[in-house]
Design a protein. Structure first.
Lengths: 113, 113
DNA sequence: ATATGATATCATTGATGGCTGATATGTCGA
DNA sequence: TCGACATATCAGCCATCAATGATATCATAT
């Protein structure tokens, strides 16, 4: 019986939890087209500024995005092209076998969605 | 300004929330080697039987795994090879750019981990 | 130096999800 | 049919997290 590697599993879980939020995914989606300032992100996602800022901090700490100060603005970008691949692959899964994700009532988002 | 597609984003978030749990990932990892009964999954993951069963139900409803009754046992398997690709890609991300995921104290797991 | 605009931080609140322990359903063999 | 084993379901508790509103920091221009 092959035992599951706990450490790797936990890291993956952490990564997926980071991705398992509509707000953060919306931010990542906004950044797919290229670097964007916080204000631009706020505009295109509809998130409140503090909320967007908070999620950006998290994504930044986790290494998924990188921020660069340009004057008064901070421009964020995806820090790894692999991330785009991951997102695309997720879309394929959702469109294909994992169609049950849509009606599935487990792990519903909060009231904000 | 390109507006983010809310529907797609929400589906992806749901998928990632499904994957954002150590217990479910441990189950998926156990199934990477091939179909396994619930008992075998319980043995290799260390989860309690009700807990494993509950997670399997969720994964099944979301279409990520498929169950088949064989006598008294129910054998589960990964329902889509894309899922393995996704998991591998996640590992690459964690090992590479997203190394910050390790020290990041956001989105910590519950007390059980 | 100060005002303005851009971004970050903080505390509170409200809701969701996971684990446990007990129990129910279901399947097979005697 | 009954007993034993495998799996599924349920209720309750506890912890975590996201959003809000107010406020703090930081950078620039006048």
């Amino acid at each position: 019986m092959l035992r599951v590697d706990t450490r790797v599993v936990q890291l993956r879980a952490k990564l997926f939890r980071g991705l398992g939020d509509s707000s953060r995914l919306a931010i990542l989606d906004a950044l797919r087209a290229g670097p964007r300032s916080v204000g631009e992100i706020v505009a295109s996602t509809g998130l409140s500024q503090p909320n967007a800022s908070n999620h950006l901090r998290c994504l930044n700490e986790c290494g998924l995005v990188a921020g660069e100060q340009r004057g008064r603005f901070v421009h964020y970008r995806l820090s790894d092209p692999h991330l785009e691949t991951l997102l695309s692959l997720a879309d394929e899964l959702v469109a294909g076998t994992a169609q049950g994700v849509y009606p599935c009532r487990n792990y519903e988002p909060g009231k904000s969605d």
